[in-house]
Design a protein around this ligand. Structure first.
Ligand code: ATP
Length: 368
């Protein structure tokens, strides 16, 4: 087992900078997830650690060793890809054993390890089958088993669940988590799926355009995103972003106003006329039932007027897409499961201002 460290790693392909100045250290035994949109550099980082990709500058360390020039097969890492190509003519047992045979491990030890790995992944009953006699999820487990059997210092997993259907993906994800808890090998896992990232990771690295945006525990990143990209990437349904202008104690959003809470004004030195991006998660917006609205004359703090555009019942709750009255700006809000609104209804919603985020519109940095 080993920790994995990258220091200021950059990889350029001619004029494309795939990853830039990547620095992080995964402690021995932890499960870290690299997450970000397509093309952000996730696979390049993983391939760099595996030794399948050279780097333009920086340092890659496994344990205490600088491995920049160590060939892939000597790095003692195991990588599992999305298309986990098993050997089609070999049985499951032979697939599991193959890497060990190549390393000239004693047959008796190979047999023991194959049996142990098969037991831990619940594939003992499949050892005599060929890959084409297995389901997608079973093949995926064999691919993982092949990596585990080698007892590598580090596991690198590149979107290993993306070929599985939704139910199987959820099940395999849970198994993977249990497996890591049992085996405890340092693991770096690539995904563009933020649910996988949130549920599996000890720590998440959020990447965008080849650069690290934020590193932290899932809940910490969710609660305190460093910038707008991170805030909108993690969370489903995602955070709403509303462009606004600060106008003396209120934010103007088109023709509507939202009170700027005192605790925000105390912390930020806002200028009159300053442009800002407000952020609020759907779960922090209340739909005000029309009846309750009629009972009150006064507008309440944090209230905005909207029109219902799309209604998506999700069972336990209802996802309602609304547009801000008088503006071409849509938001998603969560209403109760039995919510009875209709498309075209004009309703009001109320922000929980304790959960308001404020971003700099130009840099995207979190201001509040
Ligand atoms: P995805 O989620 O779509 O797999 P990713 O986050 O894994 O994407 P990478 O595959 O690491 O992204 O690619 C990062 C960037 O580097 C992309 O812009 C990609 O086009 C570029 N890139 C990757 N490999 C090469 C290559 N061999 N030659 C040129 N450009 C490359």
């Amino acid at each position: 087992m080993a920790n994995v460290k990258l220091t200021e790693v950059t990889r350029k392909f001619n004029n494309v900078t795939a990853i830039e100045d990547i620095t992080f250290e995964v402690p021995d035994g932890e499960f870290w997830v690299l997450v970000g949109p397509s093309g952000c550099g996730k696979s390049t980082i993983l391939r760099t650690i595996a030794g399948l990709e050279s780097i333009t500058s920086g340092g890659v360390y496994i344990g205490d060793d600088l491995v920049n020039h160590v060939p892939a097969r000597q790095r003692d890492v195991a990588m599992v890809f999305q298309n986990y190509a098993l050997y089609p003519h070999k049985t499951v047992a032979e697939n599991l054993a193959f890497g060990l045979q190549m390393r000239k491990v004693e047959p008796r030890i190979i047999k023991e390890r194959v049996e142990k790995v098969a037991r831990s992944l619940d594939i003992s009953h499949l050892l005599d089958r060929k890959p084409k006699q297995l389901s997608g999820g079973q093949q995926q487990r064999v691919a993982l088993g092949r990596a585990i059997a080698r007892e590598p210092k580090v596991f690198l997993l590149d979107e290993p669940l993306s070929n599985l259907d939704a139910q199987l993906r959820d099940d395999t994800r849970a198994e993977l988590k249990q497996l890591h808890q049992r085996v405890g090998v340092t693991t770096i896992y690539v995904t563009h799926d933020q649910v996988e990232a949130m549920t599996l990771a000890d720590k998440i690295i959020v990447l965008n355009r080849g650069k690290v945006q934020q590193i932290g525990e899932p809940q910490q990143i969710y609660a305190y995103p460093a910038n707008r990209m991170v805030a909108t990437f993690l969370g489903n349904p995602k955070m709403n972003i509303l462009p606004a202008i600060y106008a003396g104690e209120v934010f103007k959003i088109g023709e509507q106003v939202l009170i700027c809470p005192g605790f925000v004004r105390d912390k930020l030195q806002l200028r009159e006329g300053q442009g800002l991006d407000l952020g609020i998660r759907p779960e922090h917006i209340n739909v005000i039932e029309p009846q309750r609205r009629r009972e009150r004359r006064e507008e309440e703090e944090g209230e905005l007027f909207v029109e219902v555009k799309v209604i998506e019942p999700l069972g336990r709750e209802t996802l309602v897409r609304v547009s801000l009255s008088g503006l071409d700006l849509s938001m998603e809000v969560l209403a109760s499961g039995g919510w009875r609104g209709r498309v075209g209804d004009r309703i009001s919603v109320q922000f929980d201002l304790n959960h308001l985020f404020i971003f700099d519109p130009a840099s995207g940095d979190t201001l509040y």
